[in-house]
Design a protein around this ligand. Structure first.
Ligand SMILES: *[C@@H]1O[C@H](CO)[C@@H](O)[C@H](O)[C@H]1NC(C)=O
Ligand SMILES: *[C@@H]1O[C@H](CO)[C@@H](O)[C@H](O)[C@H]1NC(C)=O
Ligand SMILES: *[C@@H]1O[C@H](CO)[C@@H](O)[C@H](O)[C@H]1NC(C)=O
Ligand SMILES: *[C@@H]1O[C@H](CO)[C@@H](O)[C@H](O)[C@H]1NC(C)=O
Ligand SMILES: *[C@@H]1O[C@H](CO)[C@@H](O)[C@H](O)[C@H]1NC(C)=O
Ligand SMILES: *[C@@H]1O[C@H](CO)[C@@H](O)[C@H](O)[C@H]1NC(C)=O
Ligand SMILES: *[C@@H]1O[C@H](CO)[C@@H](O)[C@H](O)[C@H]1NC(C)=O
Ligand SMILES: *[C@@H]1O[C@H](CO)[C@@H](O)[C@H](O)[C@H]1NC(C)=O
Ligand SMILES: *[C@@H]1O[C@H](CO)[C@@H](O)[C@H](O)[C@H]1NC(C)=O
Length: 738
């Protein structure tokens, strides 16, 4: 179940974009709560003594009650707990806030009609989460550091249980019989430890998989993969417990693993289905008529309990009861912890104020996971055939970014859905641009005086002008090329004039007279990204936060996405660079200068000189002389590296020897996990929530500048990544969850 650490992350102020993202998340309801042997929940069992416990609803104190041998046992102390988890003969509870951890032996008989509590952890400085009790060990994760901590359980003769290396940071952990496993934050791979060999075996079986959730049983572990959300199980398959039914991706919202079976809660209807040995004995499908819906499930060696959706009571199947389902007399149990912070991620559970009796809310459990797509090379098979010339070595370096693989995943659906929302803002410009006379434009620019010159684009000189109605414009004046036909120019122009997007510099009109090629654009008062990053006359005050930089990157990516995917015909920009990314009054970034190279080289003619700007040119272009959409992606990758490092696309090395490209400077270091050694020091130190965002941008940039065009992400993938990065900046610890 969701733990308060994540609830605390609930950002109080959301951008509308994030709100939309969350709405998407909620509607998908793709989640995998970790409710099983060895994972924190609000229902737990000590299977060895057939004791089942739950955190009670309807009290200001979310205290624990247990059921054992036909008796209801009230657990002391009567204080609030956020999570409980059970082992073989004992169970443990994490107090609300995570500052202390208590365990109770269920085998020792009662003392004053209660199990005797034993506090095994207390710290005000290092609160815990992810309580994961195994057969005879207790593990939990430090909220801040992600470090895993383990203790020996209460079982008599239980051996000391090792903690994982303190340097490892976990995203989640789970405990089985004699082993525990977690997902590492840095690369989402599975790491296991313990007192028997099972953990290392399971770890090696998961070796190449990037996971987002994990649940342990006695000797097997299941979870969802980061790429595709498929359910995979590893470990002992003695009874077929690893044999996941086909088409499992996104099918289950929770898992419970026993000694030889695996059960999943179908996310669409909350119905349990199980496979593996003893699944028939459990006889779940038949005894529940396949129609009882559960909020969560948890398993012991050969028993299974679930919290019924209808009235939040616990229903169990266990041997002592011949596996016919029994509703335990424990009353209503909360389906998740009661938290004080507002729930932003997936909303508030119905009636949760009542369930918590005023002491907070229960946040709806939602996605541990969403369909992720990994941007790493998709079809490596196809690349070796291609001529690579001298690019192989660098390609290998680019490929070796496993250390950041976790940050390289993207939320596919989210990106698509958000992109869709963004595209609703765009529309086809109904007026096909205005036609200006040469006289009008001359008047607007004091006869194209040099004082009005504000720059030079690929198309020619750019002047600032003021039309007779006071509108400020930028006017581009191109050289005349007699061998290019005026009508070709005009038809291309018509296409450009129809483009109208928030992140493209708008074209106001053109001048069709004579051989003049004059194009009139909206004026962008705050200059170019290049100016702000590299021009000493500009202060970096505006671009001094990661959030602002990532927003500008996202704006630019959205402009390019429009050109590639929504313009008719599609347009390849061919000259993406930071000086073509302009900033309006509000620092919304817009892509400028699009379409000119298209006009210059219709049909991507082959004989033309190399187009583009040194430092930004797609290395494949040198070989093929053909620009593709992936050439723009390369250019954008260089822009992302500029944004990250503050270095120009090509710069003089500190030593004064020769010049270095920003890709040479940054790619291998980012790949080697040294993102924080290359970032622009002028930016305010990243807040905790921004760290993952910046790493994600770095990782995306590295993928964009892959020497192999095919292996670069599409612009849609990039937009998705940058949206996610920006959402992370806006949203506190959402990072941990998504
Ligand atoms: C049990 O109850 C007795 C009297 O009711 C009390 O003296 C004793 O301290 C209690 N023991 C525990 C462990 O709470
Ligand atoms: C993940 O990171 C850990 C620790 O940094 C490392 O030992 C392991 O090899 C990495 N796994 C993969 C698949 O990159
Ligand atoms: C892991 O990946 C490597 C190379 O990608 C491959 O050689 C190896 O067989 C894979 N291992 C497993 C267990 O799939
Ligand atoms: C459960 O029901 C199915 C038919 O719906 C039947 O084939 C199967 O034998 C039943 N299993 C048990 C254990 O009763
Ligand atoms: C299953 O259905 C039968 C008949 O429809 C009913 O008698 C029985 O109580 C149901 N069992 C459960 C567990 O809902
Ligand atoms: C919950 O529903 C079960 C039947 O499905 C019933 O036996 C039990 O009494 C109900 N519990 C509460 C607290 O209403
Ligand atoms: C521009 O040139 C025309 C003649 O070429 C002249 O009449 C006019 O005054 C000039 N305007 C400005 C603002 O210099
Ligand atoms: C951005 O443009 C606005 C409008 O021209 C101007 O007031 C503001 O000073 C500019 N900001 C910077 C940092 O240049
Ligand atoms: C800048 O933001 C203000 C307020 O949000 C808005 O009214 C204005 O239209 C924006 N200007 C531009 C050029 O987008």
């Amino acid at each position: 179940m969701r733990i308060p650490e994540e609830e605390a992350a609930a950002a109080t102020q959301m951008t509308s974009e994030l709100a939309f993202l969350l709405a998407v998340v909620t509607s998908l309801q793709l989640h995998l709560a970790v409710d099983a042997l060895g994972s924190a929940s609000t229902v737990a069992m000590a299977y060895g003594t057939a004791t089942v416990c739950g955190i009670t609803a309807g009290n200001q104190n979310q205290r624990i009650q247990c059921y054992k041998g036909n008796e209801v046992i009230s657990i002391l102390p009567h204080v609030s707990f956020e999570a409980i988890s059970g082992g073989k003969s004992f169970f443990c509870g994490l107090r609300t806030g995570g500052h202390s951890l208590h365990c109770w032996e269920t085998n020792a008989g009662f003392s004053n009609h209660s199990f005797r509590p034993k506090r095994i952890y207390y710290s005000t400085r290092f609160p815990l989460t992810d309580l994961a009790v195994g057969d005879a060990q207790v593990c939990a994760r430090e909220v801040g550091s992600g470090r895993g901590r383990c203790w020996r359980g209460l079982d008599k003769g239980g051996s000391l249980f090792p903690s994982p290396d303190a340097a490892l940071e976990f995203q989640t952990i789970t405990s089985g019989s004699g082993f525990s496993c977690g997902i590492l934050k840095n690369n989402r791979s599975v790491w296991c430890w313990g007192s028997n060999g099972i953990g290392s075996k399971i770890q090696s079986q998961f070796r190449n998989l990037s996971m987002v959730s994990l649940v342990a049983g006695k000797s097997h572990v299941c979870g969802l993969t980061a790429s595709g959300g498929a359910l995979v199980c590893k470990g002992n398959n003695g009874a077929g417990q690893l044999e996941v039914p086909p088409n499992s991706a996104h099918e289950y919202s929770a898992l419970a693993l026993g000694a030889s079976f695996t059960c999943g809660l179908r996310q669409k209807n909350g119905v349990v289905s199980c496979w593996g040995g003893g699944a028939e004995e459990l006889n779940i499908q038949n005894t529940s008529n396949g129609s009882v819906s559960f909020e969560l499930i948890t398993a012991g060696s050969s028993m299974l309990c679930g919290l019924k959706t209808s009235n939040l009571t616990i229903m169990c199947w266990f041997k002592a009861n011949k596996y016919s389902p029994a509703v335990l007399p424990l009353g209503m149990i909360i389906p998740g912890p009661c938290v004080q912070d507002p729930c932003s991620l997936c909303g508030v559970y119905p009636n949760s104020a009542f369930l918590c009796d005023g002491s907070g809310n229960i946040c709806k459990s939602c996605q541990e996971e969403l369909p992720f797509a990994v941007l790493l090379p998709k079809n490596p098979k196809s690349s070796p055939k291609k001529a690579r010339n001298g690019l192989t070595v660098a390609f290998l370096i680019v490929g070796a970014i496993g250390g950041l693989a976790g940050a390289c995943t993207i939320l596919f659906c989210i990106s698509n859905c958000l992109a869709a929302s963004d595209h609703q803002e765009l529309n086809i410009n109904p007026s096909s641009g205005r036609s200006f006379s040469l006289t009008e434009l001359a008047a607007a620019t004091s006869n194209f005086s040099s004082e009005n010159k504000i720059g030079a684009g690929s198309f020619g000189v750019v002047y600032k002008g003021e039309l007779s109605d006071g509108t400020e414009v930028a006017i581009k004046r191109g050289e005349t090329k007699s061998n290019e036909k005026q009508n070709a120019f005009s038809s291309e122009l018509a296409a450009l004039l129809r483009l109208n997007h928030k992140h493209l510099v708008g074209m106001v009109g053109y001048c069709p007279e004579n051989d003049e090629r004059l194009l009139v654009y909206e004026y962008m008062p705050n200059g170019s990204l290049h100016d702000h990053l590299h021009n000493k006359d500009y202060e970096v005050t505006v671009l001094n936060t990661w959030k602002m930089r990532i927003k500008i990157a996202l704006d630019a990516a959205r402009g390019i996405e429009y050109l590639h995917n929504y313009a008719v015909p599609p347009i390849i920009h061919r000259d993406i660079k930071s000086s073509n990314i302009l900033l309006d009054r509000n620092f919304t970034a817009k892509v400028s200068d699009f379409g000119f190279s298209m006009m210059r080289h219709p049909e991507a003619s082959t004989e033309s000189a190399v187009g583009g700007t040194i430092g930004y040119i797609d290395p494949e272009y040198y070989v093929s002389k053909i620009s593709t959409a992936k050439s723009d992606v390369y250019g954008l990758g260089i822009v992302l590296l500029e944004i990250l490092t503050g270095k120009k696309a090509v710069f003089r090395d500190g030593g004064g020897e020769g010049v270095v490209t920003v890709a040479e400077f940054a790619v291998a270091r980012i790949g080697g996990g040294e993102v924080w050694n290359v970032v622009d020091k002028r930016v305010r130190a990243a807040e905790m929530k921004e760290v993952e965002a910046v790493e994600m941008v770095a990782c995306t940039a590295v993928q964009c500048v892959n020497l192999e065009g095919e292996e670069r992400p599409s612009i849609t993938d990039i937009v998705g990544n940058l949206e996610k990065a920006l959402a992370l900046c806006n949203s506190g610890e959402l990072c941990d969850r998504l």
